[in-house]
Design a protein around this ligand. Structure first.
Ligand SMILES: CC(C)(COP(=O)(O)OP(=O)(O)OC[C@H]1O[C@@H](n2cnc3c(N)ncnc32)[C@H](O)[C@@H]1OP(=O)(O)O)[C@@H](O)C(=O)NCCC(=O)NCCS
Length: 146
């Protein structure tokens, strides 16, 4: 298993994995350069995406192929994405989820109000169209977690 930055050659496999995982695909192509993937036997077994908005970032598209779940890969990919958010100067990372509200607290995320989300993040495709307004909003303050 290799975890590496995604490249444009990965787009079809990443979109297929997100579709199989019932996650939104809008905006993925635009931000693929800030995604990480886990490669196994020449295929993509997991993905975690980041969208960068100044000193805030959006974590999205965290998905692991069904056959590889429960082995820590989701945690590894999330950690890599958060490391690259910190390295890029992000101070806080937001996410929207309808399926994994009880998964992300183990990575330091806490529930947040939509109103507290910076405007640039709130204007992302994920916030405006891809995710239902009922999705839970969560935040991780990277400065506190260092
Ligand atoms: C959520 C997901 C990425 C986790 O990946 P993973 O590689 O299986 O996770 P890890 O191996 O790091 O962690 C496994 C642990 O997380 C828990 N977990 C997995 N998915 C969960 C979910 N949706 N909600 C709550 N807990 C979850 C498991 O029960 C397990 O708990 P344990 O450590 O107490 O046994 C994977 O289940 C997935 O792709 N789900 C579909 C897509 C999705 O909902 N993504 C999140 C929205 S952005």
């Amino acid at each position: 298993m290799t975890v590496r930055g995604a490249s444009s050659a990965d787009i079809a496999a990443v979109l297929a994995l997100l579709e199989r995982s019932a996650l939104p695909t809008d905006g993925v192509a635009e931000h693929l350069g800030d995604f990480v993937v886990a490669e196994r036997d020449g295929g993509i077994a997991g993905v975690a995406g980041l969208e960068r908005y100044g000193d805030a970032a959006l974590l999205r598209s965290v998905a692991v192929a069904e056959s590889a779940r429960g082995t820590g890969l989701g945690a590894l990919l999330t950690a890599r994405a958060l490391e690259s958010a910190a390295a890029a100067g992000a101070r806080s990372v937001y996410l929207l989820t309808t399926t994994a509200e009880s998964y992300f607290p183990r990575h330091g995320f806490r529930p947040a109000d939509r109103e507290s989300v910076p405007a640039a993040v709130r204007e992302s495709v994920e916030f405006t169209t891809a995710c239902p307004s009922s999705a839970a909003v969560m935040v991780l303050n990277l400065e506190e977690s260092r």
